[in-house]
Design a protein around this ligand. Structure first.
Ligand code: NI
Length: 255
């Protein structure tokens, strides 16, 4: 059984068939999924899904794209959800200098506030970082204490940077891009990350892996991410599935 550590099943792209899809996951070899929030509304939808379905866990957080929409009450509202049993992380949070949908100073400020929240409520973080490696690393270094744990989701950086995050206690999660033919760096990362620090995900409905590029992404496609990483590392699919599932349950403290 595989775990998809990052799938936005609350996204409207799943409106037509969400219930059927979630109920069929087990049959398709997917034990559970983690649904992160990207704004307040989607965080609330993620919590609802986690309470409706055994195999869905939630994270609550504001994506850097929506950082500018946060006001004085947002952190308190996020915090109010963190005592729910199936809310397992704060995320996704971070920095996105590729799209710059929110001004960078606001992205940084809101990223820090949400890292503080994670430490306060003792939950791991799910981090989105795009074209913002240096600032992400600096902010995490500053925030790091013995308690702060988390994952760099859909990691797209270098092996060298991955090792810096790992040294700070973070996990690295790979998604669909590792299956792309020309994805030289993600393939290097897939081989280099220590086995006990590696997570897998789909980031559904985005970033559909080969051979389904162009279609809507779904949690079952995490098998293609797992397949290519197992091949690259020279281990069996089963071993990769078992180890990544263990890592995901350890990080998100799922029994
Ligand atoms: Ni995401």
């Amino acid at each position: 059984m595989l775990i998809d550590s990052h799938a936005h099943l609350d996204n409207e792209k799943f409106d037509p068939d969400r219930d059927r899809l979630i109920k069929s996951l087990k049959q398709s070899g997917i034990e559970l999924i983690i649904n992160p929030g990207d704004d307040l509304a989607s965080s609330i939808r993620a919590v609802s899904l986690s309470e409706e379905y055994d195999n869905v866990f939630a994270a609550v957080g504001i994506h850097p794209h929506s950082a500018k929409e946060m006001d004085d009450s947002t952190i308190d509202i996020l915090k109010s959800f963190t005592n729910r049993k199936k809310v397992v992380a704060i995320g996704e949070i971070g920095l996105d200098y590729h799209y710059d949908n929110s001004p960078r100073d606001i992205q940084k400020e809101k990223f820090k506030e949400q890292l503080d929240l994670a430490k306060e409520v003792d939950l791991p973080v799910i981090i989105h970082s795009r074209d913002a490696t240096q600032d992400t690393l600096e902010i995490l270094k500053e925030a790091q204490n013995d308690k702060l744990e988390g994952v760099l989701h859909c990691y797209s950086g270098s092996v060298e940077m991955a090792m810096k995050y790992i040294d700070m206690g973070f996990y690295i999660s790979l998604a669909g891009p590792v299956t792309f033919k020309n994805a030289r760096i993600p393939k290097e990362v897939a081989k280099a990350v220590p086995m006990d620090k590696l997570l897998i995900e789909t980031d559904s409905p985005y970033l559909t892996p080969e051979p389904h590029r162009g279609k809507r992404n779904e949690p079952v496609f995490v098998r293609y991410v797992a397949g290519i990483i197992a091949e690259l590392r020279g281990i069996t699919f089963e071993e990769l599935a078992t180890k990544t599932a263990e890592n995901i349950k350890r990080l998100f403290r799922i029994e």
